[in-house]
Write a protein that binds this ligand. Structure first.
Ligand SMILES: [Fe+2]
Ligand SMILES: [Fe+2]
Length: 190
């Protein structure tokens, strides 16, 4: 379980609640990208059996989340938008080091941190929602995402010594907290 170094702001939550349709479209894109990230890890590391098995499950689970959000997008008469870059994910990915091992470790840990932040934010949204059906949907999403950060850390510990995993995770968490502070407030997951 990853402990984030900074909490998301009430201003961000307000922006989401004030434009929930915009948030929902961004959430759909985030789930699609989460599934794609899991598939790209399989593509890059086909020999890592444990990783392949874990990412196979994750890709399917995130795709199911995408489908579930898509149903709600349709229900509201909205339309999925074009692909756009997520500034938070882009800034976090810029922290990923080069070099075979460093790159692999950082990709896993960044994956875990993105999951941890998503889980925190889905939980905040669930508590702020007043529509019971939507609230229970976001509670389910938060519960499902709550397992994913640990999954990435477990994989990192599988392929790297625990000491170097812990040390790098702390450094990336500090970078993430800084990125979060500099992020524009938008009705979006990040
Ligand atoms: Fe998800
Ligand atoms: Fe996830």
């Amino acid at each position: 379980m990853i402990t984030l170094q900074a909490a998301s702001s009430p201003a961000w939550l307000r922006a989401v609640m004030e434009n929930f349709d915009a948030f929902l479209l961004d959430h759909a894109a985030a789930e699609r990208k989460a599934s794609a990230v899991a598939l790209s890890l399989i593509t890059h590391y086909p020999d890592c059996k444990q990783l392949v098995a874990a990412m196979m499950d994750l890709a399917r689970e995130e795709l199911e989340h995408f489908y579930q959000v898509y149903l709600r997008v349709e229900e509201r008469g909205l339309h999925l938008g074009p692909d756009t870059k997520d500034p938070y994910v882009r800034a976090l990915r810029a922290e990923i080091r080069n070099g075979r091992d460093d790159y692999f470790l950082d990709r896993l840990l960044v994956g875990g941190i993105v999951e941890a932040r998503g889980c925190e934010r889905f939980g905040m949204i669930a508590e702020a929602l007043t529509d019971p059906a939507l609230q229970s949907f976001y509670r389910e999403i938060a519960a499902s995402e709550a397992k994913h950060d640990a999954l990435f850390v477990e994989l990192a510990n599988e392929y790297f010594p625990r000491g170097s995993v812990d040390q790098r995770l702390e450094a990336l968490l500090a970078a993430e907290a800084k990125i979060l502070r500099g992020l524009a407030i938008r009705p979006a997951l990040h």
